[in-house]
Structures are given as C-alpha cells and as structure tokens.
Design a protein around this ligand. Structure first.
Ligand code: SF4
Length: 339
C-alpha cells in the first residue's frame, strides 16, 4: 500500500487509511473511503483490480457451524468454516486449492494440489466470514484445505496482515497455523518470529503408522519433527504448541499408542487435542470406539498432560475438510450428466 502511495505521489499516511479501511472495516469500494485523495483513488482504479469471492455453496449445522464454498477469480473453489464458541466465532481458513501432502484420512488429499492461494485470497476468506457474522470472528485457524507451510510466503504475509494492529488486528494468540510436519517451514516460522501459534498434526506415535497415514513423515520422521518442535518452543519462549491427534479406530488408538504419546510429549509445553475421526463416504478409516477414546485420554491426563477430546463440529453437515467441495462437484457432474 505504501508502494501505491509512492506511485500515486501522495503522502504515506494514506497507506494507513487504506489498510484500515480494507482490512479492519472490510471496505472494498475505494470511492467510499473518504480520506483518500482523488489522485490515489484514480491510481488504484487504473493499476489494480479487486475481486470478492462468490459463495457458491453453503451449509449450516444444527450446532451453528457454517461451511462456505468460495469461488475465486479463476473459478477455483475453497472451503472456509465458521465455528461458533462461547461468545466468539473461530474461522478455519484454507491456504491452498487442494493439498500435496496426501494424508490418507483426508478427503482434500484425494484431488492433489491444484495451486497455492494468494494472500489476498486468504484475506478475502476472512472478509467473507466477517461479513456473514457481523464481524464476530475472533479466532483464525489455518487448518482448512492445504498445508500452510507449503505456501509459506503467502501464508506468512497473511498472518502479518491478520495480526497487524493497523490491519485486521487479530491477537497473535488467536491465530493458529497447523502443519502436518514440514520441518523447514517450522524453522522459518522460528527465524521470522511469525506472530501466531503453532499446531502440529501428529496423529501417530510410530514412524511406521505415521508414514502410512501422512506420507510426509518418510522425509521428516517423528524424532526429527519433535526435535524441531522443542527448538521452536525454546526459541519462542513462552509459547505452547498444540498437538493434534486424529484418532483412527484400530490404527493409532491403542493403549501402547497413548503411552508412546506420553513419552513423546515429555518435557514439551503443549496441549493435546484428541480428535475422533469423523468418517465420510468412502473413507478408509473408522471412528474409534468410545471406551478406547476414554482410556486413551485418561492415560494422557494421568501423566499430567493437558488433553482435550474435541468432537468435530458440524457433524450433520459435510464437516470433513474437502467434503462440501466434493459433494458439490459430484452433484454438478450428475446434473450435467443427466442433461
Ligand atoms: S490433512 Fe491437511 S496436510 Fe493432510 S492432506 Fe489434508 S489438507 Fe493436506
């Protein structure tokens, strides 16, 4: 925005007006931003283009969770989810169209990666969420479609805009980036002191099982990953990491797994989120048995770990990541096929 001011030969202070109007107040009509000089508005009209993603499908769950499918300028679609909580809404943001990681429990993985999202496309998701919720989104989680650290530059810029007090003004404590374990990306977050929380989608306690469900583990095995997480915490001082563990019935939910997880978490400042798998049509895995789930959690709690079971929200709608997109695609195909 400073560049725009320089190019239009107006005072740099107008970059702040522009930033606040767009990022903080969601204004997309440049002519409605009264503080901007005519010269700058004309320059913006001549040299930039704007777009607002179209909502191409949406679903609302009985628990209030809303899932939106947003169409970008090139027609590619991504999901964003609005999850209500106590007095605040958490929005789940996508960072890529599809994903290259190939986790075997994830529907998004089945279509592979189409492309990275731009920073603007991530900002546009927040703007769409804010518009729909009367600006009540308080937390952002980068846990939607895509591996955020595979799109580091654009994601880092988005995090900076989201947490800029003169931009979207989210507290860095309320922005969480979730990775499947890309060690070089975790190290970059450290070096750049990226203002957000880190979540690790761990999901297994042995390399044999983890490599089977998250192929990236073959390149970045558990021991190296945990070493990187320890370094991250040491470097960031007061930070805790969030460890996500999707429990797949009969695969990673045994007593031995729980005990190994306790060992892996030894000395780590962390909260463990246990996420019972939510099967979708055609999925290869099952939800764990409730008794198994309780036993698993108890082992962690007895070892003084902070462990919380988080049921997937919006279970009565297409709640799994990528499911709404898949369903819409299938029904479009069927409609065209029947013409
Ligand atoms: S779980 Fe996340 S990282 Fe794994 S394939 Fe799905 S979107 Fe990608």
């Amino acid at each position: 925005m400073l560049e725009l001011c320089r190019a239009a030969d107006v005072k740099p202070i107008h970059a702040e007006h522009l930033r606040a109007a767009i990022y903080r107040y969601g204004q997309t009509d440049i002519d409605a931003i009264a503080e901007l000089p005519l010269q700058l508005r004309e320059h913006i009209h001549r040299h930039t283009s704007s777009f607002a993603p179209a909502c191409t499908a949406s679903q609302q769950s009985a628990d209030g969770t809303k899932k939106l499918l947003l169409g970008m300028a090139d027609g590619k679609e991504v999901e964003t989810v609005l999850i209500p909580g106590k007095g605040r809404i958490t929005q789940c943001i996508s960072t890529q169209v599809g994903c290259a990681v190939g986790c075997t429990f994830c529907l998004t993985a089945t279509a592979g990666l189409t492309r990275n999202l731009t920073t603007a496309e991530m900002v546009a998701q927040v703007m769409a969420g804010r518009k729909l919720t009367d600006r009540n989104v308080r937390n952002l989680v980068l846990m939607g479609m895509g591996e955020p650290l595979h799109n580091y530059e654009q994601v880092a810029e988005f995090v900076r805009i989201a947490t800029d007090p003169k931009g979207m003004a989210f507290s860095p404590r309320r922005v969480t980036l979730s990775t499947s374990g890309l060690i070089p990306g975790i190290r970059r977050m450290m070096e750049d002191d990226l203002p957000c929380n880190l979540a690790l989608s761990l999901n297994a306690t042995t390399d044999e099982v983890r490599s089977r469900i998250i192929p990236l583990n073959r390149k970045y095995p558990i021991a190296e990953l945990m070493q990187a997480i320890h370094e991250y915490i040491e470097c960031r001082g007061d930070k805790r990491v969030l460890i996500e563990y999707v429990l797949l019935g009969g695969i990673n939910d045994t007593l031995a797994d729980a005990q190994r997880l306790v060992e892996l978490m030894h000395g780590l400042k962390c909260t463990v989120n246990l996420l019972p798998f939510n099967p979708y049509p055609g999925s290869l895995f099952e939800r764990p048995d409730d008794r198994q789930l309780t036993t698993f959690r108890n082992v962690l709690v007895e070892a003084s770990l902070v462990a919380v079971v988080r049921e997937s929200r919006g279970r009565d709608i297409s709640a799994a990541c990528g499911q709404l997109k898949t369903e819409v695609k299938t029904s479009r195909r069927q409609r065209h096929g029947s013409l």
